[in-house]
Each structure stands twice: as structure tokens, then as C-alpha cells.
Design a protein around this ligand. Structure first.
Ligand code: SF4
Ligand code: SF4
Length: 409
């Protein structure tokens, strides 16, 4: 067996995360990856949302710090931490970076943190796609020599599990994630999209944060479970299979694992691996699965209503700055729903693209991609309220209230 077939499971004793991370990485001889000292390394944590570390939604800062300290032994030329949060809100990744405790770690360790949406992006093609032919992501992902994946063990209401493979979905920039979710309404299609993204960006090394995990209604509303584990290896397909065994889930029920294996992106045959450190049996703990209960339906629907009201009121309209726009076509080409139409006769300095607000899904990918910063986003809460269903609902609620008062008195 070669070194790349090793999987390490180590226990975190007395909250000493650093020792567990160092032990796991040394057990799988991960230092062999860093023979060349001038490497540029991109660390991809899970920064789903701005939540405090104890909520177990994002990669724990202590795990990230230990990985950075371990990497520094090999004098890499550059280390950065980069990610893009789960929903589109301007500045959300920066906020997550702050609240999750990652900013503090990066500042103290003198490491840059870069939200993917603030970098130059390009469209990446998927070879033999299951569903996504291409998707936009940061150019940083091809400029760095190595991607190190630091996912977290969490249950997921749509895909049952989120860990090594699914964490790479965070490489898709903010607005386009929404487009993918819109395109992939069934669980099967979403699983295919996850594998397509993973097939473009697969990490050389994965260190699973199994310190504080989530069971039940994950990935953000589940119950916290202190597992005190670090799992490290090179094959995310195998690692996700190991995680399933640890938390007593059936890997065949998580279809992105088998889809990735069928696509030749790894193997779930654990007999091909050498296990070092603790055994799966000694760390096993049955996790609660995400369930469709009345409580969940109520919570989900209330969330959807709040999200709808928020998005409706804060949605931004698009205008083009005619001094900056040079009709380069980028926004029109990148728009996932073709809501930007370029004028047929290009009169330089006079014509501007046209925005079709009825078609636009407000992903703002166009603004992220415009090379000249010529797309301006404007928010008008009162106008948004008056132009939406909210004003009609509000109007009828007032009428109903007046009617009730009339009946009572
Ligand atoms: S990407 Fe920017 S510069 Fe290019 S056409 Fe669109 S608005 Fe104009
Ligand atoms: S026009 Fe609308 S849908 Fe198209 S990229 Fe811009 S925000 Fe997204």
C-alpha cells in the first residue's frame, strides 16, 4: 500500500485539537506532499454562514489553526484561506469569516483570507458532466498548487450528509449557488451537481473537522454533537464513506458518494485503505437523521417566509454606468437566465445592455463578473414593497383588521 491509501482517525483529548491534527497528518505521512518548499496552498474550510464556532455550522477555528501551524513547518511560499458562504447577501462571507472566529486565526497566524466572490472568476467546464456543463468559480483555484479541504461532519436536510465531497461546492461563487439550486430541484439533480463541481476541484488533502458536529436538522439547524475526532486522508469518496460508518449512516443512501465513485473520482471500497490511529468501531456514534416532522415543516416554512420577505424588500435593481461600460458582453454571457440583452447595433459610448427584470433571478453574478465595475446595484425598499405581493397582503390585512374592529364594536 502506498501512503495515499492511508486514512487516520485521531481523538481530541482535553480539547487539545492541535495534537490530534498533527498526529493525524503525521500518521498519513502528509508531509510527503510538501517536498517542494515554494508551494502555494489554498485552504478551503466550511464557511456556510456567520455562526459562532460552538454552533458547529462552520469549520472550527481551532482545527483551522492547527492545520495552518502544521503546514508552516514546510515553509510554503503562500497559504490562503478562501471560501464563499451559502447564500447571496453582500458581504456575507466577510461576516461569516468574522463571526466563525476564522478572521482571528488568520490574523494571528498572518494568513490571508479571501472570499471567492472578491476575486477574478472564470467559467470552468465540467468533463463528462452529470448535469452541469460549466459553472463560474474563482481563478484562485487554478493559480494555487494545492487545495486542502477542511470540511465538517454535519447531517444535511437535502443530501443527508455534508462533509468532504460537498464542501467543495463552496468553491462556486455566491450567486451561482442559487442558480444551481434552482436548476436542481430534486435531490438526485443536486447530488449530480455536487459531483460535477467536485470533479473540477478535488483537493489533494482532506482533514475532516469532527470536533463539534451536527446531527438531525443540519447543516445549520441541527443539534451539536461533540465527537472529538479528526479524520485525515486523500480520497474524499473514501472519507465520506468512513464518516457514514462512524455516524451509522448507509453510504448507499448518499448518492453523491456513488455518483463520484462511478465517475472515477475515488473509491468507497474501504478494504483498499490502511487505517491508522483509532478504529472506526471505537469512535462510532449513531447520529440522528434529518427527518420530515411537523416541527421541521413549520420551521422550514417560517424560514422561507422570512427569507421571501427579506429578499423582496432588499432586492436590488441593476443599472449600467455608461461611462464605464465598454460593451464587453461578459455580463450577458455569464447571466444564467439570459436576463441581460445587449443592443443589436453597438454604438460605442451610446448603447448600453438592457436588463430584463422579469427574468432576472437576482443572483448578481453579472455585477461580480463585470471587469469594469459598470453594473450598479440600487436598493429601494419602499418601491420593492409597493411593487410586490407584500403590499397587497398588507392592504387586505388592514381591511380585515378594520372589519374585525367593526364587528367587535
Ligand atoms: S460586463 Fe460590464 S462592461 Fe461588459 S457589457 Fe456588461 S456592464 Fe458593460
Ligand atoms: S441579470 Fe439578474 S440573473 Fe442575470 S446575472 Fe445579473 S442578477 Fe443574475
Amino acid at each position: 500500500m502506498n501512503n495515499n491509501n492511508k486514512i487516520a482517525i485521531t481523538k481530541i483529548n482535553n480539547d487539545d485539537v492541535k495534537s490530534a491534527v498533527f498526529e493525524a497528518l503525521n500518521l498519513i505521512n502528509a508531509g510527503n506532499l510538501f517536498i517542494n518548499p515554494s508551494m502555494k496552498i489554498l485552504i478551503k474550510p466550511n464557511l456556510l454562514a456567520p455562526k459562532k464556532p460552538e454552533k458547529a455550522v462552520t469549520t472550527h477555528p481551532a482545527v483551522l489553526r492547527a492545520v495552518i501551524q502544521w503546514l508552516k513547518q514546510f515553509n510554503p511560499k503562500r497559504i490562503i484561506v478562501a471560501d464563499s458562504s451559502g447564500t447571496y447577501l453582500k458581504g456575507i462571507t466577510d461576516l461569516a469569516f468574522e463571526v466563525c472566529g476564522i478572521r482571528k486565526v488568520c490574523e494571528e497566524e498572518h494568513i490571508e483570507f479571501i472570499p471567492f466572490e472578491r476575486t477574478k472568476c472564470k467559467s470552468y467546464k465540467v468533463e463528462s458532466p452529470l448535469i452541469l456543463k460549466e459553472f463560474p468559480a474563482s481563478r484562485l483555484l487554478e493559480e494555487f498548487d494545492m487545495i486542502i479541504n477542511i470540511p465538517k461532519i454535519k447531517t444535511h436536510i437535502n443530501t443527508k450528509l455534508t462533509c468532504s465531497i460537498k464542501n467543495m461546492f463552496g468553491t462556486v461563487i455566491l450567486g451561482y449557488k442559487r442558480k444551481i439550486h434552482k436548476l436542481c430541484k430534486t435531490e438526485e439533480r443536486l447530488n449530480s451537481a455536487l459531483v460535477d463541481v467536485y470533479s473540477v476541484f478535488h483537493p489533494e488533502l482532506t482533514i475532516v473537522d469532527g470536533y463539534l458536529c451536527q446531527e438531525g436538522m443540519g447543516p445549520s439547524m441541527g443539534d451539536v454533537v461533540k465527537m472529538n475526532l479528526i479524520i485525515a486522508g486523500y480520497d474524499p469518496v473514501a472519507l465520506d464513506t468512513v464518516i457514514c460508518q462512524i455516524i451509522d449512516f448507509n453510504p448507499s443512501e448518499i448518492s453523491y458518494i456513488s455518483k463520484a465513485e462511478e465517475k472515477g473520482l475515488g473509491t468507497s471500497d474501504l478494504k483498499k485503505f490502511e487505517f491508522v490511529g483509532s478504529s472506526i468501531r471505537s469512535v462510532r456514534k449513531k447520529f440522528k437523521k434529518p427527518k420530515t416532522s411537523i416541527k421541521r415543516i413549520i420551521i422550514m416554512n417560517s424560514r422561507l417566509v422570512i427569507e421571501y420577505v427579506y429578499k423582496t424588500l432588499t432586492r436590488q435593481s441593476i443599472t449600467f454606468n455608461k461611462l464605464k461600460c465598454d460593451l464587453c458582453y461578459t455580463c450577458s454571457e455569464i447571466c444564467p437566465v439570459k436576463a441581460i440583452i445587449l443592443p443589436e447595433v453597438l454604438e460605442e459610448g451610446k448603447s448600453l445592455p438592457r436588463w430584463d427584470k422579469r427574468v432576472c433571478i437576482k443572483c448578481y453574478t453579472c455585477a461580480e463578473f463585470c471587469p469594469n465595475k459598470a453594473i450598479e446595484l440600487k436598493k429601494n425598499i419602499i418601491k420593492n414593497f409597493l411593487n410586490s405581493w407584500l403590499s397587497i397582503i398588507f392592504f387586505f390585512s388592514i381591511l380585515f383588521l378594520i372589519y374585525l374592529i367593526f364587528l367587535l364594536f
